[in-house]
Design a protein around this ligand. Structure first.
Ligand code: GLY
Length: 305
């Protein structure tokens, strides 16, 4: 059994490892761990600790994929709901659909007993409003939110906060290869913006025969390149894990226009190998690794592309 998760997944690693050790279903183990990430206010890109959209509202995205059946559940732009990875998992298990968004996702959350919550921290609200005060003249601030938001988007984009998401991947010869994600997305995003975390093929993909991949950071790039699916398809076509990730990085590198930033690719194959590759993110990127031969999970450094 192999588990990898990005560094921000730290609050849930012990829970996921304990559940995997006890033989629990892999996706259920990841969703339980991610639930702890979503509840942790120190993680500033997922759940309660995340940043709001331009209107000061929290909108969460999440996705899960069972690599054995290729079943997917995803939710996007979900308001007033903390445990969106669980919501995505329930979409997968209970509905004939793959993805729910916005009010429909919130309605389904109520139907399955997930409480309606005010998930915006007072500190996040303060930072959001101070940012608007810096950018809007007093007259526009007085009319807010009845002002055009699109022109503001560039001004208040904060690259330091465009780092986001938790991703978990598990691989086991018997239990298969699976993926799960959760995020509050891009800080100060335009309302309704979806990142790659709920988009199968972009932010995550799993196929127990070949491997899985999941991405963090700039979803605007991985959605254009279908990065996670590219990696798994490349392995299906006979590429090694290393070559499959290199191919996906090459496609990201070829993008010349649109919003360009960093991407971190997390990938595993069906031979028990893993690779975490940092494409253009500043600073050292680290990730969690746990294999059942290891007494404790370890924080490792990602490779640079
Ligand atoms: N990678 C997460 C996002 O773009 O929202």
């Amino acid at each position: 059994m192999l588990l990898i998760a990005n560094a921000e997944g730290w609050p849930g690693i012990p829970t996921t490892v304990d559940l995997l050790r006890s033989g629990a279903d892999s996706l259920a183990a990841m969703v339980a761990g991610i639930g702890e990430v979503e509840a942790e206010t120190k993680v500033r890109s997922v759940g309660r600790g995340g940043w709001p959209n331009m209107l000061g509202e929290m909108e969460f995205d999440a996705g899960v994929m069972d690599g054995t059946t290729r079943a997917v559940g995803a939710v996007g732009a979900v308001p007033h709901t903390l445990h969106v990875a669980r919501l995505a998992h329930e979409v997968m298990k209970r509905l004939p659909h793959v993805m729910l968004t916005g009010a429909g996702a919130r309605r389904f959350a109520s139907e399955i007993g997930l409480p309606q919550e005010d998930v915006l921290l007072p500190d996040s609200r303060r930072v959001w409003w101070e940012r608007l005060e810096q950018e809007l003249p007093p007259e526009a601030l007085g009319r807010f939110p009845d002002v055009p938001l699109a022109p503001l988007l560039k001004a208040i984009t904060d690259p330091e906060r465009v780092r986001d998401t938790t991703v978990y991947l598990t691989a086991d010869p018997r239990r298969g290869i699976h993926a799960a994600t959760s995020t509050s997305g891009w800080a100060w995003k335009y309302p309704g913006r979806l990142g790659d975390s709920p988009i199968p093929g972009a932010g995550f993909y799993a196929d127990s025969r070949y491997g899985a991949a999941a991405c963090t950071h700039t979803g605007e790039m991985t959605m254009r390149c279908a990065t996670a699916r590219t990696i798994v398809l490349a392995m299906k076509l006979g590429h090694t894990l290393r070559d499959a990730v290199a191919l996906a990085v090459e496609e990201l590198r070829e993008l010349r226009e649109g919003f360009l930033g960093g991407v971190v690719i997390h990938a595993v194959d069906a031979h028990g190998q893993h690779q975490v590759t940092n494409f253009r993110c500043e600073g050292e990127i680290r990730y969690w690794l746990w294999e059942d031969s290891m007494p404790e999970p370890e924080l490792r450094a990602a490779q640079t592309a």
